[in-house]
Write a protein that binds this ligand. Structure first.
Ligand code: PHE
Length: 420
């Protein structure tokens, strides 16, 4: 029956006893705030990509990494779990922790879900960026939708040991031995290395990975940042770590990383290579860097939040300023400039000052959003949007209208414009 069919991105899924998507969660699909211009998550995404492009490029300056930032968040449970060696009984599979479409499909719980497919397609250095979904409480640091950057770097034996051609990635007894090459059993995790790898190979890739990731957090937060590596466990990497940074008197975990399980590389058809992988959450980094106090703000459509961020200079350091709790009220004003006044003679900054003079602090933003010249008369028209908001109370429409019309009168007096 119709009730048992879920429609997502033009695909139909039959619901079953696992289905637990809510309309609210479905409403976040396709918002793509991590790709939205001047959005703090998008800026953090760009900072990280830029860092990897700079860190890894060939002699011609071409970046080594490719970026996948538009993969659908709808994945199979095989992609999200099985292909990453996450055991069938693992707690992260619980219905209470994931958004399942049905027993077979779900909204990805991490960007690592795409790792095997991309490796299989022949890629060796790539970044995956996207929205991920986990059932969780809603508080100032948790939200059921957040954003991750995942990365994979795979290095072939010839490259890894180009200065030491005698060394090998794999221990002798594991070469040509499919069963053994799959790595250690889950019962006994060796924090140094997988049995199939040589110590030399693991230490080289581990060193590169740690250097690059330390460099990344210092590129974001500055050179004086304190960091530490903590042993961790992920089913898809061994050894594994979490990188923590010291922030406001506490150690904060910001990413998970490790040496890729050889079994995954084998399954993807990648031979005689070793790799590292990591995954990080964009929200946490952006909240720390920009001092954003609540994760829900990332979903704000309020220009009082969004207009504080400007991606044209990613290096510029600025801190978020809390916006008032009271509602905004946006009013537009458009007018014709007098024919004798050339458009260059009217500077938007003059208008902004005029607004400030009349409206004071309740004018939260003023933006010039349309400008055109009439094709026949040659007259110039400008349109501004003024957003009003009081910091201590809700403004009435009547008050706003009065101020707005005073602005209109004043601009007529001062410049001889004609209000449209
Ligand atoms: N997928 C892990 C997470 O979401 C992060 C991770 C990615 C860890 C890749 C290791 C390697 O927590």
């Amino acid at each position: 029956t119709v009730q048992n069919v879920i429609n997502l991105n033009n695909n139909k899924y039959e619901s079953d006893d696992y289905s637990n998507l809510t309309p609210k969660i479905m409403s976040y699909l396709g918002r793509n705030i991590y790709l939205q211009k001047n959005h703090p998550l998008s800026m953090m995404r760009q900072k990280i990509i830029k860092y990897f492009y700079q860190e890894y490029s060939n002699p011609k300056g071409t970046p080594l990494f490719s970026v996948y930032d538009r993969l659908s968040p709808v994945v199979s449970t095989k992609q999200n779990f099985d292909y990453l060696l996450i055991p069938p009984n693992h707690p992260s599979r619980a219905k209470s922790d994931c958004y399942y479409i049905n027993r077979e499909y779900m909204l990805r719980g991490h960007c690592t879900a795409h790792q095997l497919d991309l490796l299989r397609s022949g890629l060796d250095n790539f970044l995956i960026v996207g929205d991920v979904y986990r059932r969780d409480e809603i508080d100032s640091t948790h939200f059921p939708v957040f954003h991750q950057v995942d990365a994979v770097r795979v290095v072939h034996n010839d490259k890894l040991f180009k200065n030491n051609p005698d060394l090998e990635i794999f221990e002798k007894e594991f070469v040509n031995n499919d069963i053994a090459a799959i790595g250690s059993s889950d019962k006994c995790i060796d924090q140094v290395k997988q049995p199939c790898h040589t110590v030399e190979a693991v230490k080289l890739i581990e060193h590169e990975m740690k250097n690059v990731l330390e460099g990344m957090v210092k590129a974001i937060f500055g050179k004086t940042l304190k960091h530490r590596w903590v042993d961790a466990f992920f089913p898809f990497t061994q050894p594994s770590w979490e990188l923590e940074i010291f922030h406001k008197g506490k150690w904060v975990e910001i990413l998970g990383a490790g040496v890729m399980r050889n079994q995954i590389l084998k399954r993807a058809g990648v031979d005689n290579s070793i790799g590292y992988a990591f995954g990080l959450g964009l929200e946490r980094l952006a909240m720390i860097l920009y001092e954003i106090p609540d994760i829900r703000l990332f979903w704000s459509k309020d220009s009082g939040f969004l207009n504080q961020f400007d991606e044209s200079d990613l290096k510029k350091i600025f801190k978020y300023k809390p916006v008032s709790q009271y509602p905004q009220c946006a009013n537009d004003i458009s007018f014709w400039l007098p024919t004798e006044l050339p458009i260059e003679a009217f500077s938007p900054n003059d208008f902004y000052d005029l607004v400030r003079n009349i409206a004071g602090d309740i004018a939260e933003q003023v933006t010039l959003y349309d400008k055109f010249t009439h094709p026949k008369t040659g007259r110039n028209s400008l349109c501004f949007r003024i957003v009003y908001r009081h910091m201590e109370r809700t403004l009435t429409q009547k008050e706003v209208n009065e101020i707005h019309s005073n602005i209109g009168k004043s601009i007529v007096d001062k410049y001889g414009v004609t209000i449209r």
